[in-house]
Write a protein that binds this ligand. Structure first.
Ligand code: FAD
Length: 287
C-alpha cells in the first residue's frame, strides 16, 4: 500500500516490482504527506473493508506502522501483533513475537483473519523474485480526518558510511568492557573490516564511548542481523531485548559467567583488547 501525494505510487512501482511486489494499492491525495499515520490507517481500512479475501496484513515494525496497525485493530476488531519474529501458516496462523522488552517469546495461534502483523526487519530471510507491480487506485478522503499534522521535515544527514543498524546483516557491538572511547575504536575497525554496522550498549553510550544513535536494546534499536558480535557486553536483559532475535550471536567477554554466553552461539572467554586485534590480524583487509 502506497500512501502519498498523486503520482507517488507510479514513481515507486519500478523499484517495488524489483522487490517482488505484484500489486500496489495507491491511496493518493493532495496533503496525504502532511498528516501522521491517519492517511495510512484510512487507506488500509478502506482496502480491508472492500476485500474479504485478505489473509494477512504485514507492516514494518516502526513506531508509525505499529500505531497504524493498532488503530486498525481497534476499528476493525482484528488481532494485532508487534515485534513479530516469525509467521507460519499450518491451516491456522502461528505467530512468534517478543513481549515485555524481550523477557518473553510468545507463540500464538489463531484461526481468525486477517491478523495485523508488524514484522521485525531482517527477522525473515528474503528471496527476491522480481515482478510487474500493477497499480490499483484506492479512494483516500482527507477532509475532516483527525490526526497530528506534520509542520516540517528535517533530514538527518550523517556522514556515517556504514550500513544502517536496523537493516545490517552483520553488526559489531561494543559494551562497557571496551574500556574507553579510544578503545571503542576497535569495535569500529572490526565493523569496517566486515562491512558491518556498529552497535553499542546503553552503558557504552552513557560512558561516552559513542553516540546514542548506536544503542541497541529495550530503549534503543531492535535489530536482527544474521550475525551479531558482542564485545565486552554482559548481556543484560534490556540489551538482549534488542538483539536476541539475531541469527548467530558471537560474544567475547572475559567473564565466563557473563549472561551473554547463555544466548551466544559462539563464545570466546578473553580480553577484547587481545582478541579483537588478533582477529584483525587474520582478517583480510576489505577492498
Ligand atoms: C529501563 C532500562 C532500559 C535500558 N535499556 C537498555 C538498552 O536499550 N540497551 C542496553 O544495552 N542497556 C539498557 N539498559 C541497561 C542495562 O541494564 C545494562 O546496564 C547495560 O546493557 C550493560 O551494558 P554493558 O554490557 O556494556 O555493561 P556491563 O554490564 O558493565 O558489562 C560489561 C561486560 O564487559 C566485560 N568486560 C570488561 N572488560 C572486558 C575486557 N577487557 N574484555 C572482555 N570483556 C570485558 C565484563 O565481564 C562485563 O560482562 C537499560 C536499563 C534500564 C533500567
Amino acid at each position: 500500500v502506497v500512501v502519498g501525494t498523486p503520482g507517488t505510487a507510479e514513481q515507486l512501482s519500478v523499484e517495488l516490482g524489483r522487490l517482488g511486489v505484484r500489486g500496489v494499492y495507491a491511496a493518493e491525495a493532495d496533503g496525504a504527506d502532511a498528516l501522521l499515520v491517519s492517511p495510512e490507517a484510512a487507506a488500509v481500512e478502506t482496502i480491508l473493508r472492500g476485500h474479504d479475501d485478505i489473509s494477512a496484513v504485514f507492516l514494518t515494525n516502526s513506531p508509525m506502522a505499529k500505531e497504524c496497525a493498532a488503530r486498525l485493530g481497534v476499528r476493525l476488531d482484528l488481532p494485532y501483533f508487534s515485534d513479530v519474529l516469525a509467521v507460519r501458516r499450518d491451516g491456522e496462523f502461528v505467530i512468534d513475537q517478543e513481549a515485555f522488552g524481550g523477557a518473553y517469546r510468545v507463540r500464538s495461534s489463531l484461526n481468525t483473519s486477517p491478523p495485523l502483523i508488524c514484522l521485525r526487519p531482517t527477522s525473515t530471510p528474503v528471496e527476491l523474485s522480481p515482478a510487474q507491480a500493477d497499480i490499483y487506485p484506492v479512494p483516500l478522503e482527507l477532509d475532516g480526518i483527525a490526526g497530528a499534522r506534520i509542520t516540517g521535515r528535517h533530514e538527518h544527514t550523517g556522514t556515517n558510511p556504514r550500513p544502517a543498524l536496523t537493516t545490517a546483516s552483520v553488526i559489531v557491538s561494543g559494551g562497557r568492557g571496551m574500556g574507553s572511547a579510544e578503545d571503542f575504536a576497535l569495535v569500529e575497525t572490526l565493523a569496517d573490516r566486515l562491512g558491518a554496522a556498529v552497535g553499542a550498549t546503553r552503558a557504552a553510550v552513557d560512558s561516552g564511548f559513542c553516540g546514542q544513535d548506536l544503542q541497541v536494546g529495550q530503549t534503543g534499536a531492535t535489530v536482527a542481523p544474521e550475525i551479531y558480535i558482542a564485545l565486552g557486553i554482559s548481556g543484560a536483559i534490556q540489551h538482549r531485548a534488542g538483539m536476541q532475535g539475531s541469527g548467530k550471536i558471537i560474544a567475547v567477554n572475559k567473564d565466563p559467567n557473563a549472561p551473554i554466553f547463555e544466548i551466544a552461539d559462539l563464545g570466546v572467554v578473553g580480553d577484547v583488547a587481545k582478541i579483537v586485534p588478533a582477529l584483525l590480524d587474520i582478517l583480510p583487509a576489505r577492498v
